[in-house]
Design a binder for this molecule. Structure first.
Ligand code: PRP
Length: 169
């Protein structure tokens, strides 16, 4: 395992993103939706830096299972409980890799007619990701390496690590 992004750097970056969200959503009451499982640490750290009134919900997807390569098919494992219509929605991902999950989520949420929809991701694989819309708040752009820690797993392990690491063969 090789450290890629330290816990300190992650914390500083999340505070900067929170400051931006506080400005962008001033006077609004967005719903922050964490994409389980990977986003559970990011959403917990991010919302505690927010000053805007917020609601929190979770949706659960899976496309990687216990593998290192996406199955190419997104499975919806837990639906949302909140009403999307007319609300400002902010989806929180740990990583945007191929972009399959965020594309799936975007279609799903837009069907429900939100007032607005934005995305936060801690990690963004810019050379791999194939999407035709913007990710609004990006923590770090990374190369195409398999990363773990800070919510990200390999075969369900390592999510609890405080930093992000590259898992080497
Ligand atoms: C991971 C991650 C994102 C998705 C990103 O989820 O949490 O949701 O993959 O990859 P993509 O851009 O190629 O779609 P995973 O399916 O591993 O489930 P997990 O969050 O439970 O680990």
């Amino acid at each position: 395992m090789k450290e890629l992004i330290s816990a300190e750097k992650i914390s500083k970056r999340i505070k900067a993103i929170a400051r931006k969200i506080n400005r962008d959503y001033k006077g609004k009451q967005p719903i922050f939706i964490g994409v389980l499982n990977g986003s559970f640490i990011l959403i917990a750290d991010l919302v505690r830096e927010l000053k805007v009134d917020c609601e929190i919900d979770f949706i659960k997807l899976s496309s990687y299972g216990d593998e290192k390569i996406s199955s190419g098919e997104v499975k919806l494992l837990k639906e949302l409980n909140c009403q999307i219509k007319g609300r400002d929605i902010v989806l929180i991902e740990d990583i945007v890799d191929t972009g399959l999950s965020v594309s799936y989520l975007r279609k799903l949420i837009l069907k429900e007619k939100p007032a607005s929809l934005r995305f936060v991701t801690l990690l963004y694989k810019k050379d791999i990701c194939k999407i035709d819309f913007e990710i609004d708040y990006i923590g770090f752009e990374i190369e195409n390496e398999f990363v773990i820690g800070y919510g990200l797993d390999f075969a369900q392990k390592y999510r609890n690590l405080k930093a992000v690491y590259v898992l080497q063969e």
